[in-house]
Structure formats: structure tokens, C-alpha cells
Design a binder for this molecule. Sequence first.
Ligand SMILES: *Cc1c(COP(=O)(O)O)cnc(C)c1O
Length: 454
Amino acid sequence: MDAAASDPRRALPALHRLLAMPECEILVHVRGRDPVADAMRKELAALRKAGESFDARQFFAALEARLGAAEGVRRVLNATGVVLHTNLGRAPLAGPAIAAMTEVARGYCSLEMDLESGRRGDRFGGATALLRELTGCETALVVNNGAAAVLLALSAVASGGEAIVSRGELVEIGGGFRIPEVVAQGGARLVEVGTTNRTRLPDYEHAIGPDARVILRVHPSNYRILGFTEAPEPARLAALARERGLVSVEDLGSGALLDLARVGLPGERGLRQAVADGFDLVAASGDKLLGGPQAGLLLGREDAIARCARHPLMRALRPDKATLAALEATLRLHRDPELALREVPALRMMAEGAESLSRRAQTLLTLLPEAARAEAVAGDSLVGGGALPLARLPTTLVALHPENMTAEELAARLRRSRPPLVARLERGRLLLDPRTLAEGEIGDAARAVAEALA
Ligand SMILES: *Cc1c(COP(=O)(O)O)cnc(C)c1O
């Protein structure tokens, strides 16, 4: 037999023949002819590249997956063990937050109406009252995300002047958010003080000139300087700004309201602490350690917040009704720390104990097919979202060692399952962490693995 005749590529059907197949009729009807044809071309190219032959059932399954992947944002199963996974949407919302969001999404709501007087109301009235109660701040604002909160703060109080920042805090948070660039975008000139590892209060004092407007403190987020380090007490920094007529701004990042010692993660600076230390403006995210929707919180003193509220950027950065409803509901849960730990999924996941994780890993193991050659191994989960990079949350992982494919291949197949399963790849091993799988998702994860190996 000549080589060309046995070449599987020869057996791949032409596009027009595929489109005419009965399997294709509904697909074309639902998805439209062009997207289907486009996905077919890609799938054919993938088969050609892999030198694989045509199998109609497999082909149409792969096509469905391809078209599904092009659908945009979809639910996935997170088996990575990274609780606040930015690429997977960060914090899953609490039941009451989902209910509040759904309720206002369905119809109209009192977004900017005071129902007592029937007059125009304050969009942030509800969130502000809760933040005041929970943090002791004078007042607050909400914007679309933490980055927006920092940009608005600097634009409102530092523009045209200088912002003083320690060289140890000139960080990049990720996604292109770099402190020097944000300061410039806010219309301010950056004045760097101290060194990468050590900055003292006199470094700030000596840098205050006639154009100084702001002392900015930045949480190093996903980055740590360890060893021979020094930084002034945050409260002393805020006091210095006050004495010299400057505005103190803290970019806190993660925005914890709960004492994280409760979930075995002591030492993280929270919102209440930043407010108590006297910062005029404190910026934080809504979807990191608060466990709420994507939002940016800006807390602080009346005069500083009023300047932010008046700034033209405020209109461009304001959040919608669904975000505010979910944020308010999440904040309400934080009134009772026990309740927050139970009901806010990100906090509940971080707090899950070793025994419970081991038990859930065992359940997953018993549901997996023989071919997965799975075993339980000790490991760590991560907080994620740029928060607490050094924190280790001990967990039990399920490691898969399939015989007939590599870990990468299996991971790719799992990402194409319905719903997609995202696992952790580590040194050629595929790992599933039960911490970020909800109770009902363990079975879904096992099913996805069984199908991917079949
Ligand atoms: C995460 C983070 C931000 C950005 O917040 P987003 O809500 O992601 O926009 C800004 N500053 C710090 C210190 C952060 O950790």
C-alpha cells in the first residue's frame, strides 16, 4: 500500500460535506452557519496536525466543545484550590448576595430614590451606612473595582501635585496595574522615598516639599520583601500627613473585614485597622477577602471622600444596581463574623478544616474511574487574588496519573467538559483540590474525569 493512501489526512471529509451531514442540521440552526463552519475548519486543522483520522461522533463532540468555548463567560468547576482565582471570577457570591442581585436585576429598584421623601436619593446610601457601621469610617463610596478606587483617589486629591511613596511599595499588582503608572495617570508626580527594603518616617518627612499633596501607602499584595526590612507604623504615616496638611491614602488591596486569624491566617491588615490608623482614604476590592462582587471600596473622612465624589471620573467609575445589591448583602453578612464565615463562600473555603478536606478528597477518590489511577496526597491551597501570597492552607489533593495520556492532555480535555473543569498542573501531575469545589460539585468533577478518560 502506498504511503499517501494510508495517510489519515486523506480521509478527512470536505467542509461542504460536513455541513450537509444530518448531525449538523440542528447545530447550524442554533449557532448559525458561519460560526459552525469556522469551528469545523479549526477542528479539521487540529485533526490534520495531529494526523488523526475522522470519526463522526468524536468530531461533532469536539465541535460542540469548541462552539461552547466560544460562548463567552460560563460556569466552570474550580479544582485549582486557588480560592480567589482572578481568571475564574474571584469570589463566588453568598446566597443572600445572589438573591439580592437577582431581585434588582428582574425589575426596578430604589437605586437613586429616597422612598421616604420620593426625592432623588444617594446611590451609595445603603453601602455607606453598612461600611460606617462595620469599619468606623466617616463615609464611603463604591466604584467598579479596587484599581478604580485608587485611580479616583489619586485623581481627586493628588492631581497637579506630588504623591510620596516608599520604594518598597512601587509594585505591580498584575493586569498592568503599576503604582508609578497609576500615580502618573492620576495627574500626580511620583516622589520615591527610602529603599526597596527599608523606609523610615524621616524619609517621608524630608520629601515633603511645597507641591506635596499625598502620602500613599500601598499593600504589596502578591509580593513580599523579607529579612532586613523596615517601614514606619501606618498610624505614624497617617499622622505625619495630617500634621503637614497632606492627604493620607492607603491602597489596601484585599479589604478584609473579618479577622483572618479565624481562618488560620493571622496578620493581614484589614479595613477596620486602616480606618483606625487614621488614613483619610482607604481603597480596597469588593471581591477579594471581603468575598463580595467585583467592586472598589473607598472609605475615609468626609472631606476627602467628598472630593472623590465630586470628581468627573466618579461618573465613569460608578457601579450598577446589581453590584450594589450584592455588595450590601455581603456586608450585611459581615455584621456577624460567624455568619460571614458560614455563608460567604470564599471565607468558608478558606476556613475549611483539614479533616473535612481529607474526607471530601476521599469521596472524590471513590467516584473516580480506575483509569485515572488517582491517589490522595498532602498539599496546599492558595488564597489567590494577590492576597496573602505566603499563606499556605493545608489541604488533601487528589493526584491523577492516567496511563494513556499526559497530564497536559487530560487538563485540556477537562477544560472542554461540560461544565469545564479547571485543575492544577504541577510538575507533570494533574491535581484536584476539593477546597474550591462546592459539596455538589465533587460528583460533577468525577464525571468530567471519567468522560475525559473514556
Ligand atoms: C488587587 C489590588 C488592586 C486592584 O484591585 P481590583 O479590585 O483587582 O481592581 C489594587 N491594589 C492592591 C494592593 C491590590 O491588591
